[in-house]
Design a protein around this ligand. Structure first.
Ligand code: ARG
Length: 460
């Protein structure tokens, strides 16, 4: 590797040791920030010219050079040299190589400390938009599935024990709520990303007559940061972004867990398409829900990234410290993992069939109507606690005699409470149970249809 002259070499008598170059370099991962670095530099050069800090001719030369570099980098034509330490230095060296010493004027009134924050903010502004887009596609699919399954009844679970019947549509809309919160969380985080750091320089601003609003305007930032020290020290927006990804991954992971269970023979509620499952190298009969398992597994990585960034920031003295270079790999890992998972999960879900029959049978069995019998007794004037006790005894009787609630005769019901009438058979019908829950947030067909309408109105 060729030893290059460092931009900061003036103070140094000895060349950097090779191993140190390797150890300190971030180029192999921060190179993906190059479009943002160049965009920021062009805006900075334009501002310097507007303020007479460099001439128009110099700015034009710099901007043209930067645009050329961008084109060549897009085409993969530029080979990076690790001795450049980071993407900022790599681009500056390339610029000076192409346009000569005027390239050295670009870094006027700027430090890599405000430059790197700028790159990260521009990068995350784009990533936030992309992730919100991916979440929105998933939300649309969930609404589509809810509409397709507005009559499908399944057992709802608590403690993974059958609890009460619900519509499969209601289940899908539960996840729609979660992802809708995720989207608003990302959108809210964007407010704190969308702040221009340029001009903070190393930490104390600059004595040159810069115009911070101008660069912010060129780069379409909503705001300009208010304190130069905070500006170079702050990585809250990165921690927040990773947290938002971690929550989204957690939601995906919970969904995946259900799909793994549901696609087991024991449940048989769902069948993921062959195209989105994998086989076993030894057991010929196997069709495994590996995507769902991997999404669940990758959630752990994102949690790891969150812990890494929080630990990185803890106890750092003001202001910039080189530790902060370590924010990038966890962030990039989180961005790539979350986007990949959202994309593949949405495809997998779109290619999954739900076994309506099996779900219904499962809802019929297993005493999902027990609460409704207790509520029926309440309507007859029995205190809820007493009603609970009565139905508990009925269930125990059913278990002992291997009967379902619908299979008990009226005489059997009356053994537990005299006031039972034949209405009871209507009370325990699945459709009846579902459709009594008409309140806001309930699982009644009408309540679910209303919620679908609201969501569609909101997202139109
Ligand atoms: N590569 C550095 C980072 O990622 C850029 C800023 C370096 N600043 C410095 N003074 N060494 O944080």
């Amino acid at each position: 590797m060729a030893q290059t002259k460092k931009p900061w070499s003036g103070r140094f008598q000895k060349a950097t040791a090779k191993d140190v170059e390797k150890f300190t370099s971030s180029l192999h991962f921060d190179c993906r920030l190059y479009p943002y670095d160049i965009e920021g530099s062009i805006a900075h050069a334009q501002m310097l010219a507007a303020r007479g800090i460099i001439t128009r001719a110099e700015a034009n030369k710099i901007c043209a050079g930067l645009k050329n570099i961008l084109r060549d980098m897009d085409k993969g034509k530029i080979k990076f040299n690790q001795a450049d330490e980071d993407i900022h230095m790599a681009i500056e060296r390339e610029l000076t190589k192409r346009i000569g010493s005027v390239g050295g004027k670009l870094h006027t009134a700027r430090s890599r400390n405000d430059q790197i924050v700028l790159d990260m903010r521009l990068f995350l502004r784009d990533q936030t938009k992309e992730i919100i887009g991916l979440i929105s596609s998933l939300q649309k699919l969930l609404v589509k599935l809810a509409k397709a399954h507005k009559n499908t009844i399944m057992p709802g679970y608590t403690h993974l024990q059958k609890a009460q019947p619900v519509l499969l549509a209601h289940y899908f809309l539960a996840f729609e709520e979660m992802f809708s919160r995720d989207a608003t969380r990302f959108a809210d985080g964007k407010k704190r990303i969308d702040v221009s750091p340029l001009g903070a320089a190393a930490l104390a601003g600059t004595g040159l007559p810069i115009d911070r609003r101008k660069t912010a305007k060129i780069l379409k930032f909503a705001e300009v940061s208010k304190n130069s020290m905070d500006t170079v020290a702050d990585r809250d927006f990165i921690a927040e972004f990773i947290f938002s990804c971690a929550v989204t991954m957690m939601h995906l992971s919970r969904f995946c867990e259900d799909l793994v269970l549901w696609s087991s023979e024991e449940f048989g509620f769902a069948e993921i398409s062959d195209a989105y499952t994998t086989g076993s190298s030894i057991m010929p009969q196997k069709k495994n829900p590996d995507i769902a398992e991997l999404v669940r597994g990758k959630t752990a990585r994102v949690y790891g990234d969150l812990v890494a960034i929080m630990t990185l920031l803890k106890g750092l003295p003001m202001t910039y410290n080189r530790d902060l270079q370590e924010d990038k790999e966890p962030l990039f890992d989180t961005v790539d993992t979350t986007k990949n998972c959202l994309m593949i999960f949405t495809q997998m879900l779109a290619n999954t069939k739900f076994n309506v029959e099996k779900m219904r049978v499962a809802a019929e069995e297993g005493f999902c109507a027990a609460t409704d019998i207790a509520e029926y007794l309440v309507k007859k004037g029995v205190a809820f606690r007493q009603a609970h006790e009565i139905v508990g005894r009925i269930v125990a009787y059913c278990l002992k005699n291997e009967k379902q609630l619908s299979e008990l005769s009226l005489a059997e019901y009356r053994k537990f409470y005299k006031g039972f009438s034949s209405e009871i058979y209507n009370v325990i019908k699945l459709e009846k149970i579902i459709n009594t829950r008409k309140h806001i947030g309930g699982t009644a067909t009408s309540a679910v249809a209303e919620r679908i309408k609201e969501i569609e109105r909101k997202t139109k």
